[in-house]
Design a protein around this ligand. Structure first.
Ligand SMILES: Cc1ncc(COP(=O)(O)O)c(C=O)c1O
Length: 355
């Protein structure tokens, strides 16, 4: 996001800088672990044991290492494109086989394709499913009913769930995020929940995230890979203080940021509907990412990409990078001042008029 971080985070970091000593720091303190577990309880209604929390310098590296830990070369992993593209490389770069259960898109709305999911989960070589919840880039906040149906299929077929919930705090009014692990005790045991304050409070560059693994055996295996085999031990000194300040004192800032994001989405929707009649706005339910269906502009992916970057002079994320189903879409980050969003959209309108 282009928003200044919460003031308590800035203050805590300044104080840490003023300490003038930046040696190694340790996160396994009640202050750090309680900040994480209290946030999960307060904001998401999930009571966790502090022992379940495993530090990782990012969710993406954790997903790579979870694939290495819990699957073998040649085994299969399900993902649901169009989706956050590092999921693909986490599977393929590790010699595992990617199974794409493409989301169903109809009437500007995305849903799961359960039939195809079940077929893929039943394959004896399928060992893992990487869920994106809320979904980047399509903006869905999956309902408990949808998640339960997916989870039941996983449980029936012994498929481990990696639930990437990095956007779980960015929920628009009228929607409710359900932590996958809270659906039932069985879900909790079979799920590895990836979480971080990074998107929520705009501190992604501090590289501090937490992987919550209730199942002792899976947790031990992961710790063996992340700590013993890769020597990833503890966050940097600044990540620790930023996380504690953000989770303990950042709630008011988050509520304000969410209101602002919501007005940006409202502006964008009205703008697209009025001035960009050949582009469809997919209603977001969470995240700060808008997903625009540009297929009616009748440009192929290369033309669309060149048009946005070189003609309109706006740098968006081309839908095709998110895999099958992303073709012809563009993703826009609305976590920015509305003036920038306006300028961006006006550039697109002007470029289209000149075409
Ligand atoms: C779904 C999702 N997971 C993970 C990340 C990045 O995680 P990290 O920076 O902790 O590796 C992002 C960033 O955009 C994301 O959208």
């Amino acid at each position: 996001m282009d928003f200044q971080c919460p003031q308590p985070v800035i203050d805590a970091l300044k104080k840490r800088v003023d300490a003038e000593i930046y040696g190694y720091c340790w996160h396994k303190t009640p202050t750090y672990l309680d900040a994480v577990s209290n946030w999960m309880k307060r904001r998401h209604g999930w009571e966790i044991d502090n022992e379940w929390i495993v530090f990782s310098p990012g969710i993406v590296p954790a997903i790579y290492m979870l694939v290495q830990t819990l699957t073998n070369v040649g085994e299969k992993v399900i993902v649901q494109p169009p989706v956050y593209y590092p999921f693909f490389s986490a599977v393929e770069n590790n010699g595992r086989i990617l199974l794409t259960n493409q989301l169903h898109y109809e009437n500007k709305r995305y849903t799961f394709n359960f039939e195809d999911f079940e077929e893929k989960a039943k394959d004896p070589l399928t060992k893992m499913f990487i869920l994106c919840s809320p979904h980047n880039p399509v903006g869905r906040v999956w309902t408990e009913k949808e998640l339960r149906k997916l989870g039941d299929i996983c449980l029936e077929n012994d498929v481990i769930i990696i639930s990437d919930e990095i956007h779980h705090d960015l929920i628009l009014s009228g929607y409710k995020h359900t932590l996958f692990s809270t659906i039932s005790d069985d879900f909790e045991r079979s799920t590895i929940m990836c979480t971080a304050p990074s998107k929520t409070f705009n501190i992604a560059g501090l590289k501090t995230s937490n992987i919550i693994i209730p199942d002792e055996k899976m947790r031990e295996s992961f710790i063996n890979v992340i700590s013993n085999r890769n020597s990833v031990m503890s966050p940097n000194a600044f990540g620790i203080v930023a996380l504690i300040a953000a989770y303990n004192e950042g709630e008011e800032w988050l509520d304000q940021a969410l209101k602002y994001i919501e007005t940006n989405f409202k502006f964008l929707k009205e703008f697209v509907n009025e001035k960009l009649i050949n582009i469809d706005f997919v209603d977001p339910e969470g995240t700060y990412l808008a997903w625009l269906d540009c297929n009616r502009l009748s440009m192929d992916d290369e033309e669309l990409s060149n048009f946005m970057l070189k003609k309109a002079k706006v740098a968006l994320d081309d839908g095709k990078i998110f895999g099958p189903g992303g073709e012809g879409f563009e993703r826009i980050n609305v976590g920015c001042p509305q003036s920038i969003l306006k300028e961006c959209m006006n550039r697109i309108v002007n470029a289209l008029n000149e075409k």
